[in-house]
Write a protein that binds this ligand. Structure first.
Ligand SMILES: [Zn+2]
Length: 318
């Protein structure tokens, strides 16, 4: 099923479920408190009458009176419910999301946060990341895979380095909801655990209900090209801007063209302005990155990223 269809079906089911719940509650209350049943019958009768009146004489004072009376009767209903030990709103339409009343959209037509969250969840379920995250997370992370021999050039061992990176990453998670311009730039050759660390962070934040979108740089560029050249504006495109955390994995030199360069910059910059966080992993060094981007752009954007260097032996064989 197409994603859009899947999502509208999801909301449809929520609404059906809640309508069902409401009718169960009505039956229960009508049985236990017949006064309420009588009140409801009276309210419906009044509403019907006032409806007929609107058609017959739109400016009739009867309509206004009926509206007032109905709202008084509804108050009375609430009071009775409360007195009998029920919540006042027990017979109001229940919603899973009160902001959009389970439609997914706000009155101005923009997307509700529940819709954004749902879209991301569905995208994840449709991708295979959820399986990866079961395998790659902080609880399966083995620091002993990293050598404890001091690397002369770096002045510390890969193990001490990964320990430092882990601590910083955990700090990133803990302070995630703060407005602190804390973004991460993981760099270093392939096979040093960058993607693994990214998965650890993604898992931890998703467990905390943060909307995370993970794309390899290659996938992201595909989304951007679809938007630009084929005019396909899919949900993923808007999520590049909307998700609370964007992860761009494996940004390599071969992917950088003038087009992707300016598009990627636009996304990162917009996110920075909106206070949304980003993690980028790349095999480019900050120096190479600064060569790719103009110095002005580079310093403005990347000063808001904490660069963390991964080094050591290639772990893919271990
Ligand atoms: Zn909502």
């Amino acid at each position: 099923m197409e994603l859009g269809q899947e999502i509208s079906l999801h909301y449809e089911n929520i609404r059906l479920k809640n309508m069902d719940l409401l009718s169960q509650r009505k039956n229960e209350i009508y049985r236990k408190i017949p006064d309420i049943k009588n009140l409801d019958a009276f309210i419906s009768e009044l509403a019907l009458k006032s409806c007929r009146e609107i058609f017959a004489k739109p400016d009739s004072s009867l309509v206004l009176e009926a509206t007032q009376e109905i709202s008084e009767l509804k108050d009375q209903k609430r009071k009775i419910l409360k007195a009998k030990g029920y919540p006042e709103n027990y017979l109001d339409m229940p919603y899973d999301c009160h902001i959009c009343k389970d439609t997914g959209f706000l009155e101005d037509g923009s997307k509700c946060s529940c819709l954004k969250k749902l879209t991301i969840d569905k995208l994840y379920k449709n991708s295979n990341l959820s399986h990866v995250l079961l395998r790659e997370n902080f609880s399966t992370f083995n620091i002993n895979l990293f050598s404890d021999e001091i690397n002369e050039r770096e002045g510390l061992s890969p193990r001490a380095n990964i320990k430092k990176i882990t601590d910083l990453s955990k700090n990133f998670i803990i302070t995630f909801k703060e407005d602190n311009d804390f973004n991460l730039l993981f760099y270093g050759p392939t096979g040093q655990g960058k993607t693994f660390m990214i998965n650890c962070i993604a898992k931890e934040l998703m467990d905390r209900n943060v909307s995370v979108i993970y794309l390899t740089a290659y996938e992201m560029i595909e989304v951007l090209e679809n938007k630009k050249f084929k005019k396909i504006e899919n949900l993923e495109y808007s999520l590049l801007f909307d998700s609370e955390l964007l992860i761009v994995d494996d940004l390599g030199i071969e992917l950088i063209t003038t087009f992707t360069n300016s598009e990627i910059f636009n996304i990162i910059n917009t996110r920075l302005i909106r206070g949304k966080k980003t993690i980028i992993s790349t095999n480019l060094s900050p120096k190479e990155l600064s060569k790719t981007y103009t110095d002005r752009v580079f310093s403005r954007v990347f000063q808001k990223f904490t660069p963390l260097k991964f080094f050591g032996e290639d772990l893919r064989w271990q």
